[in-house]
Design a protein around this ligand. Structure first.
Ligand code: NDP
Length: 253
């Protein structure tokens, strides 16, 4: 079968599965972290789980870059660097620094994330480093690239900063929960998700590509319902939870 057919199938599968994931996650909370519960089969430890499910995004993207037809193209190299700036952090730094990495993490969640990461990395990497027409050096000064990059970098900063605030709440490596008050937590319960969503919206804009859009749509579908689950969880577990704090979009939602 022609590779382009498989690529197109996977691209549209991500859009369609985003719809199902979005609907399902309002009813079923993904069973990890504060929403972990028994009955989801075998599990491993969270730290190992994060490395296993996220590291293929680094390895596969590097492979697709090498076997592609744009490895001497500056724009393609910059796309690769932007991708890696997120995923090297997510796959290797975040899991090492995380507090509570010894908690249970279902293999089923790892399997779903792994499948998504492989498909998503494939469609993004194969498009950018093989199927896409040459972006040309002018792309780097275009408004789409500049605006997209700014949104991506702002999202990356909010995501990393918010995750570091959560880590500081567990100074002695304990596993419990308390109310975060610093940074964007003043405005929303899950600013790390807000940052993550901004990153991939920025990526969609700066690559101006359908795989980039598919990734942004899927991230919203995945993290919006969970942000509301987290918000409800905080309200149910802390009587003094700040009343005006929103779930994910400051002052709005
Ligand atoms: P959470 O905010 O639920 O948890 C992040 C870390 O902080 C976990 O180690 C968690 O511990 C800990 N934590 C959370 N709340 C508190 C609290 N109130 N007090 C103390 N510690 C706390 O994020 P996720 O685990 O869902 O996601 C982790 C990262 O991965 C985020 O940056 C997120 O954006 C990203 N991600 C991206 C996805 C995507 O679709 N691109 C999908 C899912 C995540 P514990 O595990 O014990 O709850």
């Amino acid at each position: 079968m022609q590779e382009k057919l498989i690529y197109n199938f996977l691209l549209y599968a991500v859009f369609i599965s985003a719809l199902f994931v979005f609907l399902a996650l309002w009813f079923i909370k993904a069973p990890y972290g504060r929403h972990y519960r028994k009955g989801w089969g075998l599990f491993t430890r969270a730290r190992l789980g994060w490395i296993v499910m996220e590291s293929p995004t680094v390895i596969l993207m590097a492979f697709l870059f090498i076997i592609g037809n744009k490895s001497d193209n500056l724009v393609a190299i910059i796309f690769l660097a932007i991708w890696m700036s997120h995923y090297l952090q997510r796959a290797f730094v975040y899991p090492v620094l995380m507090k509570g990495g010894q908690k249970r993490f279902p293999l089923m969640v790892i399997a779903f994330a792994l499948i998504f990461n492989l498909i998503n990395t494939y469609i993004n990497g194969r498009y950018l480093f093989y199927f896409a027409p040459d972006y040309g050096l002018d792309w780097l000064t275009s408004s789409r690239f500049v605006i997209g990059l700014l949104v991506f970098l702002l999202g990356l900063a909010i995501n990393i900063h918010s995750d570091s605030i959560l880590r500081e709440l567990r100074k002695n490596n304990e596993q419990g929960y308390s109310i975060p008050h610093r940074g964007f937590f003043k405005y929303v319960s899950s600013p790390n998700y807000l940052g993550e969503i901004m990153e991939w919206i920025g990526w969609a804009i700066l690559t101006w590509s359908l795989p980039g859009l598919a990734f942004a749509v899927f991230t919203i579908a995945n993290l919006f319902p969970r942000a509301f689950s987290n918000h409800r969880w905080y309200r149910n577990n802390f009587e003094d939870y700040p009343e005006h704090r929103k779930a994910i979009i400051p002052f709005i939602l």
